[in-house]
Design a protein around this ligand. Structure first.
Ligand code: ATR
Length: 287
């Protein structure tokens, strides 16, 4: 019989600064237990000035890859040897794989996580079904908009407090798929809900400790799917109000869980499932 110590330990982790609050170790740890894989997933605190060196040293330190989180995602794109085309369009890498020859491949699973969460939470969801309204133009919005356009969304209506930031982002992401990005005024955001098939909040508004998201939903079709990528609290005021008027809603926790799946598969050889048990386990580890 093979001794368990003869089986190599597969090592991955998450690099960030700070990284103490990352829920990724809880997600991957759950799957490693569930699938009885001899692996570990570590928190790797790395200051910005050390990031490229630590990333390039992954193989030497026995890692098969890692996740990359704030504030390193943009630098990671520059530091890998090769990146997936969508990661290049998003301008950020959140998952790195060390190939057997030691070279580093980067991809971005945030958009995948966003779409898979919507598909898992609402059976009828089809990104190509109609216009999507996206609130916010930060890092999360980049991945969300790129994924929507890549999946065939005909139109993305982008609304951000700082309009120039939205215009800049629209310019950078135009040309993905056949859909268009239209930028509107933040103050008139309620006027852009007419005919939408999806409303997604990628701003920090509504997050615990932040200001609420003020948005009059009267013009939003009741058939539109409403999603908040905020998951603390799980049911934001936006989701509660949308639910109360009959809209289907999907909370933000699933994006975190689904974005972790491709990395786990690449490193540990198994595409894991997102289950209610995983959700409960991860929620128990929230601060
Ligand atoms: P992330 O990378 O997680 O998306 P971010 O880059 O800090 O985070 O972006 C936060 C988003 O929330 C931005 O769209 C921001 O709007 P600005 O671009 O105008 O800063 C939005 N946001 C944060 N606080 C806000 C507020 N009080 N009102 C409106 N939008 C706000």
């Amino acid at each position: 019989m093979t001794d368990v110590c003869d089986i190599p330990l597969i090592r991955a982790g998450v690099m960030g600064w700070p990284v103490d609050h990352s829920l990724s170790p809880r997600v991957h740890g759950f799957w490693l237990d569930r699938y009885r894989i001899r692996g570990e997933y570590l928190r790797i605190p790395v200051a910005p000035e050390d990031f490229i060196g630590r990333l390039r040293a992954l193989r030497q330190e026995g890692f098969v890859g890692c996740n990359v989180t704030v504030p390193h995602k943009e630098t990671a794109l520059k530091a890998v040897d090769e990146a997936h085309p969508l990661a290049k369009r998003i301008g950020a890498v959140n998952t790195v794989v060390v190939w057997p020859d030691g070279s580093l491949y980067g991809f971005n699973t945030d958009g995948f996580g966003f779409l898979e969460n919507l598909r898992a939470g609402y059976a009828g969801f089809d990104p190509a079904a109609g216009p999507a309204v996206v609130l916010g133009a930060g890092g999360a919005a980049r991945a969300v908009i790129a994924a929507l356009l890549d999946a065939g969304a005909p139109e993305v209506r982008l609304l951000n407090r700082t309009r120039e930031r939205a215009e800049h982002l629209a310019g950078e992401l135009s040309g993905i798929g056949a859909g268009t990005i239209t930028v509107g005024d933040w103050d008139a955001r309620a006027d852009h809900l007419d005919g939408a098939a999806l409303l997604a909040n990628t701003t920090t508004l509504g997050m615990h400790g932040q200001r609420p998201l003020e948005l009059d939903l009267s013009a939003l079709p009741v058939t539109a799917l409403v999603n908040d990528i905020v998951y603390v609290p799980l049911e934001t005021d936006l989701l509660a109000r949308a639910r109360a008027r009959g809209n289907p809603v999907v909370d933000g926790l699933g994006m975190l869980l689904h974005q972790a799946r491709p990395g786990f598969e690449a490193w540990f050889g198994k595409l894991p499932d997102v289950t209610e048990e995983l959700r409960v386990h991860v929620l128990a580890g929230r601060d």
